[in-house]
Design a protein around this ligand. Structure first.
Ligand code: ASP
Ligand code: MG
Length: 420
């Protein structure tokens, strides 16, 4: 008897009809003989609507109250889904994050799960019910409700799967799996059958919205095998697991893009020890996530520092920067919200020279200007103008032989272009 965790995102439970579809799907799994735990998100755009309500009151509401508000979204879904299962003649029991034993730290709106004490959930499934857990929320040891950051239901699902020792954690979503690029932007994108944790981590960090970054980290750290698949059909999706020799080694697995960040530049910062520590220390204290950082070559004792940050952190970021600019005596600062990041991800990059050069050439030929570049051992990211993001992603997808009809990849015919 398998224990499966099945997670359904906001679109999959967007209407009561879809909630009924999910209920049937859970019942089918149960009737196949599995013990079934569902984890669900808020319906459709409910989380966005709640955020909009809050911003109608204040542009910086207390984060504790924000979590109190946001956690209501998922609570609606769990109750409706349990009712749906009952209406179909089966047993189900819903649990909030707190009831499911999801213990988190106290960093409101982006809390981290510290432990899962899923005894009640286990008891429910062992008693023959389908257990339904609210995604995205936790409880601190002090009893405060938290949320886990946008897309956090994925992390709940993985944590519950790890906590229960589930056989697989299935992430049902509105796409068929993980693609070589966003199929809405690149019609020639191809679904990947298998991706390693390492590649998936880089893709998620680079803006692939199919899985939350934290969820992938959690899965890797606890060896939870993920299956990302469509909630609208039965086709197999993409398996995310530890890399091994049997895995296909493409040089490039995908091209991702991200338009959710803004670029902040602080101009004429004094060039002396401790300045970067002061800037980024202040940002960290303000709970601001920072992604890419560049510091320009110093001229006449001063330098420019630019960084990118999620737009949702921008109000806090600009407050922090304002203070730090005054303290350090920097000239001024500016925000550019019309940027995008395009990234190439592939484990084969480690051992294959020339990938960066090929990438920069392809972008140059497409007339795309680069304003920041950063790399890891298996990723290269460039910040460009938001208006050019489609051009850039398509150019890279084609250049690296990822298009569905591509026969060879330009940089290495041996690797093959089609990843399926
Ligand atoms: N409802 C939350 C959000 O929209 C969590 C999730 O969907 O995973 O971010
Ligand atoms: Mg959502």
């Amino acid at each position: 008897m398998q224990l499966v965790v099945m997670k359904f995102g906001g679109t999959s439970v967007g209407t009561t009809d879809r909630v009924m579809v999910v209920a049937r799907r859970l019942i089918e799994a149960k009737e196949r003989g599995d013990r079934v735990v569902a984890v669900v998100s808020a319906m459709g755009d409910v989380t966005d609507d709640l955020l909009a309500l809050a911003s109608g009151i204040s542009d910086a509401p207390p984060e504790r109250e924000m979590d109190m508000l946001l956690a209501t979204g998922e609570q609606v879904t769990i109750a409706l889904l349990a009712m749906a299962i009952h209406s179909l003649g089966h047993r189900a029991m819903s649990f909030t994050g707190a009831q499911a034993g999801i213990v988190s730290d106290a960093s409101h709106t982006k809390a981290r799960i510290q432990a899962v004490r899923a005894d009640r959930v286990l008891e429910a499934v062992e008693g023959g019910a389908i257990a339904i857990v609210a995604g995205f929320q936790g409880l601190t040891p002090e009893g405060e409700i938290t949320t886990l950051g946008r897309g956090g239901s994925d992390t709940t699902a993985v944590a519950v799967a790890a906590g229960l020792g589930a056989d697989v954690c299935e992430i049902y979503t509105d796409v068929d799996g993980v693609y070589t690029a966003d199929p809405r932007m690149v019609p020639a994108a191809v679904k990947l059958d298998i991706v390693s944790y390492e590649e998936m981590l880089e893709m998620a960090a680079a803006g692939a919205r199919v899985l939350q970054l934290r969820a992938v980290e959690f899965a890797r750290n606890h060896g939870v095998v993920l299956h990302v698949r469509s909630s609208f059909n039965d086709s197999p999706g993409t398996i995310v697991r530890e890399a091994d020799e049997t895995m296909e080694h493409a040089i490039i697995s995908g091209v991702t893009h991200d338009t959710s960040e803004a670029k902040v530049t602080i101009r004429d910062v004094p060039d002396r020890p401790g300045v970067a520590a002061a800037v980024f220390g202040r940002l960290a204290d303000s709970n601001v996530n920072v992604d890419m950082i560049i510091q320009n070559v110093s001229e006449a004792g001063s330098t420019d520092i630019s960084f990118t940050t999620p737009k949702e952190d921008l109000v806090r970021a600009t407050r922090a920067v304002e203070e730090v600019v005054a303290e350090l005596g920097a000239r001024d600062w500016q925000v550019d919200e019309t940027v995008a990041k395009v990234s190439l991800v592939g484990a084969g990059m480690k051992t294959h020279p020339g990938v960066a050069a090929t990438m920069f050439r392809a972008l140059a030929d497409a007339g795309v200007n680069l304003s920041m570049i950063s790399t890891s051992s298996i990723r290269i990211s460039c910040v460009i103008e938001a208006a050019q993001v489609e051009t850039a992603v398509r150019a890279l997808h084609t250049t690296f032989g990822l298009d569905s009809d591509a026969v060879t990849a330009e940089i290495s015919p041996a690797a093959g272009g089609n990843l399926n």
